[in-house]
Design a protein around this ligand. Structure first.
Ligand code: XMP
Ligand code: MG
Length: 187
């Protein structure tokens, strides 16, 4: 899927494909340096993290296993509440493992805060977070995100794993939607 397939649904491309790919390589290089000689377990948060997970994992030289969690945060509309339910748990026992959570985006940080305390209670050797995108709200929380791709404005974004009503995940770039798509004002 690319820009042309979106017609007038796309407002703008926020992060082009080439910038995403360059950033993923940068993040992988940092992670390689930090985890040298260790056995890494990447934990992707479904479904938004599929693209960053797939690209990051292939860019790493460090041997890495991959596992997945799916969580849903209760909340009204697009705001998360911090009350999280596990829809799919890990298949892996993470005790004494070096775990790196891979996320698409940190907004309020409530989902990740919950996930960190949940995983920490399972006794990993280490636990860090890699998030592709961070919104301004997240900067205010005390969530410690070790690896960050891009700080973005407080706009709803789609593409490269991120969806609106389950659509647009398969765009190779990150963009914003035209207001008419989500019932906002304008044409
Ligand atoms: P919190 O607020 O808990 O939320 O940090 C993180 C989760 O909220 C979703 N989210 C978005 N999804 N475009 C999306 O497609 C966005 O702009 C956006 N902002 C937050 C996302 O699922 C993330 O894991
Ligand atoms: Mg998500």
């Amino acid at each position: 899927m690319d820009e042309k397939d979106l017609g007038n649904d796309l407002a703008k491309v926020l992060i082009p494909e080439a910038d995403l790919q360059a950033k993923v390589r940068e993040l992988a290089a940092q992670i390689d340096a930090d985890y040298e000689g260790r056995d890494l377990l990447l934990v992707g948060v479904l479904k938004g993290a599929v693209m960053i997970m797939a690209d990051l994992a292939r860019a790493l030289h460090t041997p890495a296993s991959m596992d997945w969690m799916a969580v849903s945060s209760y909340g009204s509309g697009t705001k998360s509440s911090g009350v999280v339910r596990i829809l799919k748990d890990l298949d892996t026992d993470i005790i004494d493992r070096h775990v790196l959570i891979v996320e698409d985006i940190v907004d309020s940080g409530l989902t990740l805060s919950w996930l960190v305390s949940n995983l920490r209670s399972r006794g990993p050797a280490s636990l860090e977070i890699c998030a592709l995108l961070r919104k301004p709200e997240a900067v205010k929380t005390d969530l410690d995100v070790r690896y960050i791709g891009f700080d973005i404005p407080n706009e709803f974004v789609i593409g490269y794993g991120l969806d609106y009503a389950e659509k647009y995940r398969n765009l190779p770039f990150v963009g914003t939607l035209a207001p008419h798509v989500y019932g906002g004002g304008g044409s």
